[in-house]
Design a protein around this ligand. Structure first.
Ligand SMILES: Cc1cc2nc3c(=O)[nH]c(=O)nc-3n(C[C@H](O)[C@H](O)[C@H](O)COP(=O)(O)OP(=O)(O)OC[C@H]3O[C@@H](n4cnc5c(N)ncnc54)[C@H](O)[C@@H]3O)c2cc1C
Length: 385
């Protein structure tokens, strides 16, 4: 065993484990230690919202347990262990009273579910799903039940709405915006998805209002909305979005903006601490998707094995898993002004976002039009050249 201090990775989500796999392609010797507050099973988080469609339970979605991952990565994996503090000056982590020294630290702690501010005696029973363990609990809770109320009709809310209806559940949902996926898609594309979920899957939506309280009623719950309407359900799921988990980094004095601020080499404001995945804001880009973190994992593996490699992001469209009306979207950068050009045939929408010079900067495709993704992707400029 090497006496060298390990590279410590906090987090065993897609970001942490993908970094480990990539790093071992270049370096078989440097000790690697993974620490995770969950059970350390390897799984693909996007698959959580496809359990019923693909007929997989939480266990069925797990690809390997922590022991198998440790063998595969020639690493140690400590599970159910929370890092409580980082002392950057002394390169020391606290796990409660225990202290560990690192050579380099990789923070891959993901994002947290935003909690809906709910009143009522059932508010504590509302589920939110951020990992495989949460998903296992949720599956247990809905077993034998009929109806799920979903707070939020964005990406994750819509994916669960479609998946739960595929599993035979009745779904009702609320969102403060005027339609589904309203922050990601132009109105026509949102309406196409909403229409498919309503007419083909029977999802009932309430728009322009919020869930204010969740009260126990019989064996289930009554959800009271801001507009005074109510809905009953057996289980309530909150899916109102995620926020980068920056708590540890902030306490350690690292620079934080919307996420942990890192440069193109994924290095934070402390030279021995790196970050990637849902917690990291890479040269101004905070993208809660898989493709960016894979790109980062490959670059960081090279950098930490001695070949400094800045991250380059090409265009990265995202597939939204609403099979009743498939969606591919490449959101335009936040600061770009422009206009949508829309072609529509029923629920098949092709929406192109062009800037004032006519350059394609984003797109949204629904239904049959998703087949045009590859061609359009080639026209987009890179996100981080
Ligand atoms: C339902 C759903 C569907 C999605 N679908 C898609 C999709 O179709 N396409 C796409 O590109 N993206 C999708 N995403 C987003 C994608 O899954 C995430 O971007 C990605 O999984 C983030 O991985 P991560 O490793 O950064 O974070 P996580 O998977 O959240 O991992 C964080 C890790 O950090 C650990 N941790 C946190 N704090 C501590 C601490 N203090 N001490 C120790 N360990 C700690 C956790 O235990 C965990 O191991 C989806 C997300 C969800 C929820």
């Amino acid at each position: 065993m090497s006496s060298q201090q390990p590279i410590i990775v906090i987090g065993t989500g897609l970001a942490g484990y993908t970094f480990g796999k990539e790093f071992r392609k270049y370096d078989e010797e440097t000790p690697l230690l993974f620490i995770t507050s969950d059970d350390g099973r390897s799984y693909s988080k996007p698959m959580l919202s496809t359990g019923f469609t693909k007929d997989k339970t939480a266990d069925g979605l797990a690809q390997a347990d922590a022991g198998a991952m440790a063998d595969q990565l020639k690493a140690s994996v400590r599970t159910m262990t929370k890092v409580t503090a980082i002392d950057a000056a002394n390169r020391e982590l606290s796990l409660g009273d225990e202290k560990l020294i690192y050579s380099k630290l990789v923070i891959a702690v993901g994002a947290n579910c935003i909690e809906a501010p709910l009143q009522g005696d059932g508010a504590e029973d509302v589920y939110s799903i951020n990992d495989l363990m949460d998903y296992a609990e949720f599956r247990k809770a809905i077993d034998g039940k009929k109806k799920v109320f979903i707070i939020g009709a964005g990406l994750i809310g819509c994916e669960y709405a479609n998946d739960l209806t595929n599993g035979g559940f009745e779904v009702e949902s609320v969102d403060p915006l005027p339609t589904v996926l309203a922050t990601l898609l132009p109105e026509q594309a949102s309406h196409a998805v909403q229409n498919a979920l309503e007419t083909e899957k029977g999802v009932k939506f309430h728009f322009g209002t919020v869930a204010e309280s969740v009260n126990r009623k019989g064996d289930g719950y009554e959800v009271v909305l801001g507009n005074g309407e109510t809905a009953e359900a057996d289980v309530v799921l909150s899916a109102i979005g995620v926020r980068a988990n920056t708590v540890l980094a902030e306490q350690a004095g690292l620079e934080i903006n919307r996420g942990i601020v890192v440069n193109r080499e994924l290095q934070s404001s402390d030279p021995n601490i790196y970050s990637l995945g849902d917690c990291a804001e890479v040269d101004g880009q905070l993208l809660y998707y898989v493709m960016p973190l894979m790109t980062c994992a490959r670059a960081l593996a090279k950098t930490l094995s001695g070949d400094t490699t800045p991250v380059v992001y090409g265009p990265m469209p995202v597939g939204i898993k609403v099979p009743v009306c498939p969606i591919q979207v490449s959101p335009a950068p936040r600061d770009v002004e422009g206009e949508w050009e829309i072609e529509q045939d029923d629920n098949n929408v092709k929406a192109l976002f062009r800037d004032s010079s006519g350059q394609l900067r984003g797109f949204a495709l629904t239904g049959d039009k998703v087949s045009e993704k590859m061609a359009l992707q080639k026209e987009l400029p890179p996100i981080l050249p």
